[in-house]
Design a protein around this ligand. Structure first.
Ligand SMILES: Nc1ncnc2c1ncn2[C@@H]1O[C@H](COP(=O)(O)OP(=O)(O)OP(=O)(O)O)[C@@H](O)[C@H]1O
Length: 456
């Protein structure tokens, strides 16, 4: 039998929302997933769905919503309870969910030209691949510098890191238009720093640079991996970070890897990046890919046959930018050829991207990209003069794969890999060839890499 708290739970949440002017996205993220677990004489135990919003959220919810919730319960039921929170994973009745946020129409104007108006929490589809990153981002947006500082978001290419960062910035500015929020890519940061050093003697531009970066409330720095290996940029960023952190300003960083895997990152920066919370974004599953396509359909005012959506979601898997690009391509082809959007047209539009008969053009660049990703190093590392084994060996692996999968000559391969001469390339290929014969694990690695490069 339901008790009065359970009966009135929706009403209580609604009252809380209205009383505190809680935004839809915050309501959906933090309050809707709360369930009444048990009610004793004077304690209500509320269960938090940590599958959806992560176990770290418990402290945030307690601190931010604990008291308002208690008050709302009292208002609606005239009963005074203490609240206790538990994680759903700590209870026995765990229910696995794979939810996405409900649709919502967004037509707000963008008053912040440095932010993409479409990158907001409302247009961000939440799935199992990104729910923790989403929850952490929203917590930071609601309470800058109070919960996770820094927030470090990492994930592969085109999976929504920038989208989340812009969403945080939009949210903060919307709720506090006076907040000084600065979003930059790490490349912009580096370029501005170089410029300020170049002009140092002409005026006080280094001081201006510092003023710009240190006199703000929120710094969002995207793709931090690009400052790796740039010593003076790391040095400057280290001081920027310290100044902001010491004065309790929020820092949000994105990268393609977690701090521990960024090899050439200075240790003092790495440890600082790990002070707060590190969250990842994975590739979306089928349901999330469908939901993202539907969201795009809605935002672009399109009406696309569901079979076409399924075709795209089934075939374009790893990168959301490509997923969206696929839909755009189909629509463009249909307009150009004045043809109806159907699966046949989709196959035609996407044949380069997904047709099984289409052999991707295998180039040295593709091989270098896949090998560097596999070994967690960068393409510039492969082309550098670095001789450490963790770089020299992947480089020799590239030589071997270029030789076996492309028509390139030894000297062409050498040129691609940092202008090395053909004897170095030959030596590298020989080495890998011999090692494969002795080492079955290595043989396996070569097979995996070859499959990634050439799925057929
Ligand atoms: N969960 C999501 N819901 C809706 N759209 C998404 C989602 N994730 C990513 N996108 C869209 O996918 C595209 C690529 O996302 P974004 O640029 O944020 O990726 P990224 O991780 O920053 O990529 P990069 O590694 O290239 O910097 C954007 O158009 C973004 O709006």
């Amino acid at each position: 039998m339901k008790n009065i708290i359970q009966e009135k739970w929706d009403e209580i949440l609604e009252a809380l929302k209205n009383e505190h002017d809680i935004s839809d996205v915050s309501f959906r993220t933090w309050l809707l997933p709360l369930k009444v677990y048990s009610v004793s004489d004077d304690i209500i135990t509320i269960m938090i769905d940590d599958k959806l919003i992560g176990s770290d959220s418990i402290n945030f919810i307690k601190r931010k919503y604990g008291l308002p919730l208690k008050v709302a319960i009292e208002e609606i039921t005239n009963l005074n309870y203490e609240l206790d929170f538990i994680l759903e994973s700590a209870t026995s009745n765990i229910e696995v969910k794979n939810e996405v946020s409900p649709k919502k129409e967004i037509t707000k104007k963008n008053p912040y030209p440095f932010l993409n108006p479409r990158y907001t929490f409302d247009t961000f589809v939440v799935g199992t691949n990104n729910n923790l990153a989403h929850a952490a981002s929203l917590a930071v947006a609601e309470s800058p510098a109070e919960v996770y500082n820094p927030l470090f978001i990492y994930g592969g290419v085109g999976l929504g890191k920038t989208h989340l960062m812009h969403s945080i910035a939009h949210f903060i500015l919307e709720h506090n238009p006076k907040a000084k929020v600065l979003y930059v890519t790490s490349e912009q940061f580096t370029n501005e720093l170089i410029e300020s050093i170049r002009n140092r003697n002409e005026n006080s531009s280094t001081a201006e640079f510092r003023e710009k970066y240190r006199n703000i409330d929120v710094l969002l720095i995207d793709d931090i991996q690009f400052i790796i290996g740039k010593e003076s940029t790391q040095e400057e960023f280290f001081h920027t970070f310290n100044t902001l952190h010491e004065s309790k300003k929020q820092i949000i960083i994105s990268s393609d890897k977690p701090p521990k895997d960024i090899e050439t990152l200075e240790d003092r920066l790495r440890s600082r990046f790990e002070w707060g919370l590190t969250v990842d974004i994975q590739s979306p599953d089928y349901e999330t890919r469908m939901a993202i396509l539907k969201k795009k359909e809605e935002l672009d005012g399109l009406s696309i046959d569901n079979e076409v959506m399924k075709y795209i979601a089934t075939n374009v898997k790893s990168n959301i930018r490509e997923l969206e690009g696929a839909l755009t391509k189909i629509v463009a082809l249909s307009r150009l050829k004045k043809r109806e959007v159907n699966v046949e047209l989709a196959e035609e539009a996407l044949k380069d991207l997904i047709s099984p008969n289409n052999q991707k053009n295998i180039t040295a660049e593709l091989i270098m990209e896949i090998v560097s990703e596999h070994f967690n190093i960068t393409v510039p590392d492969l082309c550098s003069t670095k001789k450490s084994r963790n770089i020299a060996y992947p480089r020799q692996m590239c030589m071997y794969l270029c030789r076996s999968l492309t028509e390139l000559s030894l000297s062409d391969i050498g040129k691609k890999l940092g202008n090395r001469d053909h004897t170095t390339v030959l030596h590298g290929i020989d080495k890998v060839t011999k090692d494969i014969q002795k080492d079955s694990q290595l043989q396996n690695t070569v097979e995996v890499l070859s499959k990634k490069i050439s799925p057929q």
